[in-house]
Ligand binder design. Structure first.
Ligand SMILES: Cc1cc2nc3c(=O)[nH]c(=O)nc-3n(C[C@H](O)[C@H](O)[C@H](O)COP(=O)(O)OP(=O)(O)OC[C@H]3O[C@@H](n4cnc5c(N)ncnc54)[C@H](O)[C@@H]3O)c2cc1C
Ligand code: SF4
Length: 327
């Protein structure tokens, strides 16, 4: 690991100032469970780490009126155990509890989970691929069993965060602090495809940090779930996953779905919202036939690579299962 300086930021403003002063050579660190691994492998070689964990107040989960506020420094373990999250945001709690190991859940934070870097094996080794400033995506014609089947190219990573799909499905917003002040955007707009930026997975500019996730309190009758399919039984990233949120109402033909959100994980360089699947569900009864139809629609745009065609059928099965869990 390259030698680096380490500074504790005591406020969000101080963190932003420190990062801005060393723009390009400084990185924020929270739990360190992803960043330190990257530094040991010389994938990231910052001169300065700005420790966010010394900032008070960013580790709280609380309801403020119609919004559930989740600070960026809330640990994944605290998120999984929060009664507010478990009762109101079931899909988020279900995702949190299947992330990595207890040790990583104790150290890893919500902000770090959403900002973690890809797990592509070329990226994580000595290959100087597109995402590291090179000219080739080695996965495109190489070993691509775990890579993207949707939205891929010119890089084919899959976004590794388990928290992002359920948070997006619940219409979460991200609060960002930076040199020019604060802004709040839909979390869905936080992530970027490689066609927009092949070097980064989100819109954060140097000097900007994520400070809070804001989730609207779901309307009465809203149900949500997260289904994660792993290769190993536990402690693994999602091979594919699906976050589904639905609300049903009584219509002239009986109970039908009046609100639907479908966000897939492990299939695309960003958490992949399927508006096709949502459209296939709206106005229909929540049953096997409509769950199967939604899954077919979601995967119609899929373009698998040489080794990962199996993910198409797997994702359909996972999505069907997740939808039917809410019946
Ligand atoms: C063995 C292993 C298994 C794992 N399995 C899973 C899994 O199954 N599912 C899953 O979702 N994840 C998994 N992870 C990833 C894990 O969840 C992340 O490492 C963790 O959430 C990162 O949080 P952290 O606070 O430690 O972030 P750090 O390591 O401190 O930071 C991660 C990145 O985010 C940046 N960052 C951190 N906080 C902020 C912020 N507030 N604003 C802006 N940038 C920030 C850092 O600069 C760095 O680039 C796994 C990790 C490991 C090592
Ligand atoms: S998928 Fe992305 S990270 Fe992996 S080799 Fe290709 S460019 Fe690099």
């Amino acid at each position: 690991m390259k030698a680096f300086r380490h500074k504790n930021a005591r406020t969000v403003k101080e963190a932003v100032t420190l990062l801005q002063q060393s723009a390009g050579k400084a990185l924020p660190i929270a739990g360190g469970s992803d960043l330190l691994g990257e530094m040991k492998d010389f994938i990231e070689t910052p001169d300065l780490l700005v420790n966010l964990k010394a900032i008070p107040g960013l580790n709280k989960i609380e309801q403020k009126g119609g919004t559930i506020s989740i600070g960026a420094l809330v640990t994944i373990a605290d998120l999984a155990e929060s009664s507010l999250v478990r009762t109101q945001l079931a899909a988020v709690a279900e995702a949190a509890v299947v992330i990595a190991s207890p040790q990583i859940r104790n150290a890893g934070t919500v902000g770090g989970n959403l900002c973690q870097r890809p797990r592509c094996w070329y990226y994580r080794s000595e290959f100087q691929c597109l995402r590291k400033g090179g000219t080739i995506c080695y996965a495109a014609a190489g070993e691509n069993r775990y890579h993207a089947i949707l939205g891929g190219g010119p890089s084919f990573i899959v976004h590794p965060s388990d928290l992002a799909p359920p948070l997006i499905a619940l219409d979460a917003k991200a609060r960002i602090a930076g040199p020019s002040g604060e802004r709040t955007i839909l979390l869905e707009q936080f992530f970027v495809l490689p066609t927009v930026n092949v070097r980064r997975e989100n819109i954060l500019k140097p000097g900007e940090i994520l400070t809070e996730i804001q989730v609207p309190v779901p309307q009465n009758g809203t149900r949500s779930t997260y289904w994660k399919q792993m290769e190993r039984e536990m402690w693994d990233f999602a091979l594919v996953s699906a976050a589904v949120v639905v609300r049903q109402s009584n219509g002239p033909q009986g109970k039908v779905i009046s609100h639907a959100r479908v966000v897939l994980g492990g299939v695309a360089p960003i958490p992949w919202r399927s508006k096709e699947a949502e459209a296939a569900l709206i106005g229909k009864p929540l049953d096997q036939a409509n769950a199967a139809l939604a899954a077919e629609e979601a995967l119609k745009p899929a373009q698998p690579l040489r080794d990962n065609a199996f993910k198409v059928d797997l994702t359909k099965a996972v999505l069907r299962g997740a939808i039917l869990r809410l019946a």
